[in-house]
Design a protein around this ligand. Structure first.
Ligand SMILES: [Cu+2]
Length: 302
């Protein structure tokens, strides 16, 4: 639990997002960010046709300024057209025949690769989706900030983060409330690491000690233990920390955590190459609706 092992203290961005309910209704990039200046596989997800249409017949991605395209992935039965341009490049896929079009009920990924800019911030890819009937221009960008909430046809967003900041997407996080005198509680969240990493430690001013734990049945008793070597986050896979399973164990609480309060937390990661990153998040206290059926019985004995 020493934080001195981590020399990178620059933790600027916060990738916490809430409400992914509309994710499949839009053209989006997978959860998580990209490190400044890194090569990025942009896999645009198309999960439906235009309104009233049966199939997607074309996709045109306008490359944002500062993104340097290296290549785009061909699709069988689709014509690929790449315009490199400076700050106005475009990649276009067009179905060669109606039979090659993407049916409205099928999901597909359209992939291009390139280098992201050397400065942190949101990168907006505007995408024109063409269908057998009509088209949708996914091109709205928020006037300020980087939340797409409330936008009808948002552009696809990629968060470019500084060196040392984790690219891990954290969502639906919360901390179980505690009563005066209670020494420990748990924190829960969903983590998606785009290139794979490990959650190795946690620091929070709300607790003297915070560890990554797992709960398991041993015989007929539920036992928990610290994951001493960290929690593996395979590339692109969402790992859920939830009551009865993996969790962040907060011990030696500095005070009671009341519903409605919030808890700042620094999540520290280390990937297979030994690259260490961290992410600052703020988690609300109190179980979200429907999240906590098994939770009340979660007793902590150490
Ligand atoms: Cu625990």
């Amino acid at each position: 639990m020493t934080s001195s092992r981590f020399t990178l203290k620059t933790i600027a961005a916060c990738l916490v997002s809430t409400g992914a309910a509309t994710a499949f209704a839009h053209v989006t990039l997978p959860p998580g960010g990209a490190t400044v200046g890194s090569d990025y596989n942009a896999a645009f997800r198309v999960g439906h046709a235009c309104e009233g249409a049966k199939a997607t017949t074309g996709l045109a991605v306008r490359l944002p300024k500062g993104f340097v395209l290296s290549d785009a992935q061909a699709r069988k039965g689709w014509k690929l057209d790449v315009q490199k341009g400076k700050g106005d490049g475009e990649v276009r896929w067009v179905a060669e025949t109606p039979q090659d079009a993407l049916p409205g009920k099928e999901r597909a990924e359209f992939v291009l690769r390139g280098k992201v800019p050397g400065t942190p911030g949101p990168l907006w890819f505007k995408v024109l989706q063409t269908c057998d009937v009509g088209s949708v221009d996914w091109a709205e960008v928020p006037a300020s900030g980087n939340s797409t909430a409330g936008l009808k046809s948002p552009a696809a967003k990629l968060d470019v983060v500084a060196q040392g900041v984790a690219t891990v997407d954290v969502r639906d996080g919360w901390v179980r409330q505690s009563v005066p005198g209670q020494s420990g509680t748990g924190a829960f969240m969903k983590l998606t690491a785009p290139t794979g990493t490990k959650l190795v430690s946690i620091a929070t001013p709300a607790a003297g000690v915070a560890e990554v734990h797992e709960m398991k049945m041993e015989g007929d008793t539920m036992k928990m233990r610290e994951l001493a070597s960290g929690l593996d986050l395979p590339a692109g896979q969402t790992v859920e920390l939830k009551p009865g399973g993996f969790h962040v164990m907060m011990m030696d609480l500095k005070g009671p955590l009341a519903k409605g309060a919030s808890v700042p937390m620094t999540l520290k990661f280390e990937d297979a190459k030994g690259v260490k990153t961290a992410l600052d998040v703020t988690l609300p206290v109190g179980a979200p609706e429907g999240a906590d059926a098994a939770g009340a019985a979660h007793q902590h004995k150490h």
